[in-house]
Design a protein around this ligand. Sequence first.
Ligand code: DLZ
Length: 164
Amino acid sequence: MSSKDKNLSDVSTDGISEKKLRKYRIALIKSNWNDDITGALERGCRDYLTQYGANEKQIKSFHVPGSFELVYAAAHLLEEKSFDAIICIGCIIKGDTPHFDYISQAVSIGLAQLNAKGQTPIIFGILTTDDKQQALDRAGGKYGNKGVEAAATALQMIQFAHNS
Ligand code: DLZ
């Protein structure tokens, strides 16, 4: 997770050549809730993958209404077995009700359960923040872009899945 102290965007992707990368298909599921933030995360994610050598056809985007729906969408795509990594992008911001806790818990547990199947790497590109400013800081602001980190993590996990 992007934070004051840690950033995964420089995660090592050594060993995954452009030629190798061309074989892989990546699903990018974006939640439309807090769209200004998730749009920036999605762009960061896509830009990183294309800069790394993936072409547009290899990255398939899907949009869902809110982060809660990411679990269903990821489970659905997992069943299809046509992707080498599934990146989930969302932004859950604390409000006046306990909604934040229910949604963030459901999403993190749901995605972790799918990931634990060991079938396809599921990448957790979801910001869970106290306020909008913290989200902006991590969506291309002073703490980088969590979407970029999600993309770098996906490449590393694809490499892991295919070399282990
Ligand atoms: C309802 C809701 C609320 C209050 N807050 C957020 C949020 O901060 N981030 C987010 O991604 N989604 C939120 N949602 C929507 C839920 O994720 C979900 O889409 C609805 O409860 C319908 O299932």
